[in-house]
Design a protein around this ligand. Structure first.
Ligand code: PEP
Ligand code: MN
Length: 337
């Protein structure tokens, strides 16, 4: 249910509605808009008594939200959400480019890649300190040491860092270092992790699960908004299909679908989405063309020696060339880079 306030509603009237919602044991989510404030109601099991809220001072109307997801939907918030990470914005006119290695391997490797992507035009640094691996015998990441290395790279380059939290136990630690907490594809329906990230005070990058429908994807984001974290960035990273020419099938069509249904920003990850270096640039160009708010790219200065995901990592010169192309494509779409 959504309580839409009148344009001239006062802060006291808004607070009064919030109190009335909370007094009934529900959760109130005030969503300021360009024209007026709306207040989402969640936590109700049955119907909400509409006339009660309709009669409160400052209320224009009380409308049911038809989708299963509420707070992420455009019904509740028509304007795009712009997530701020320091000076970087995600979801506004400017495209966000997160780039960096799949995994933090060493200080030297991370600094080398961080400097290169900074020079090439990235505005965020990506890199995993905790890695979700299919095999328990594979390199699992450097853990806290990796987070310290990322912090050093941020210190030197000024780039905010995006890094993954694998489980509820590690969120405290990751939250201390990260500027954006990544929830990986395999964790998209790890509901306890989603709830914990919903309590985090840092933005969250939520990657689409390997077999997730659009509704499941949005419902996972809803978990975090329902807990009070409204700074959620979606990420399409490819889904598993019968197609065998690429690691995953990058579902670019989900970008306009998300844009129609949700106000949240969405990035595209063509590295995991294709698994092949030569496909990263064309799919990146496509992602920007279909309306993505930016990209997350794996870049490595020596991909053949990379501990993880070398075959899909582009080199710094390839990254620079791609950003140059995107700078030409962006203005056609009313975006900057
Ligand atoms: C990653 O970004 O390195 C990663 C593991 O991604 P995903 O969760 O999409 O596989
Ligand atoms: Mn990877």
């Amino acid at each position: 249910m959504l309580v839409v306030m009148r344009q001239d509603a006062t802060a006291e009237q808004i607070a009064g509605v919030v109190r009335a919602i909370e007094a009934r044991g529900f959760k109130a989510h005030a969503i300021p808009g360009a024209q007026r404030t709306a207040i989402g109601i969640t936590g109700n099991r049955g119907a909400v008594d509409r006339p009660v809220f309709k009669s409160l001072p400052g209320v224009l109307e009380v409308i049911p939200v038809s989708h299963a997801y509420k707070l992420v939907s455009r019904e509740v918030k028509p304007e795009n959400t712009v997530v701020r990470v320091g000076e970087v914005t995600i979801g506004g006119d400017r495209l966000a480019i997160a780039a960096g290695p799949c995994a933090v391997e060493s200080l030297e490797q991370t600094l080398t890649v961080a400097r290169a992507v900074r020079r090439g035009g990235a505005n965020l640094l990506r890199g995993g300190a905790f890695k979700p691996r299919t095999s328990p015998y594979s390199f699992q990441g450097l853990g806290e040491e990796g987070l310290r290395i990322l912090a050093a790279a941020r210190e030197e380059t000024g780039l905010p860092i995006v890094t993954e939290a694998l489980d509820t136990e590690s969120v405290d630690l990751v939250e201390r270092y990260a500027d954006v907490i990544q929830v990986g594809a395999r964790n998209m329906q790890n509901f306890s992790l989603l709830k914990r990230c919903g309590k985090a005070r840092k933005p969250v990058l939520l990657k689409r699960g390997l077999a997730a429908t659009l509704e499941e994807f949005l419902m996972s984001a809803e978990y975090m908004l329902a807990e009070g974290n409204y700074d959620v960035i979606l990420c399409e990273r490819g889904v598993r299909t019968f197609s065998d020419f690429s690691r995953n099938t990058l579902d670019l069509a989900v970008v306009p679908a998300v844009k129609a249904l949700s106000h949240l920003p969405i990035l595209v990850d063509p590295s995991h989405g294709t698994g092949r270096r030569d496909k990263v640039a064309p799919m990146s160009r496509g992602a920007v063309a279909v309306g993505a708010d930016g990209l997350i790219l794996e870049v490595h200065h020596d991909p053949d020696a990379a501990l993880l995901d070398g075959p899909q990592s582009i080199t710094p010169p390839q990254f620079e060339g791609l950003v140059r192309e995107l700078r030409q494509i962006a203005p056609i779409l009313g975006r900057t880079l």
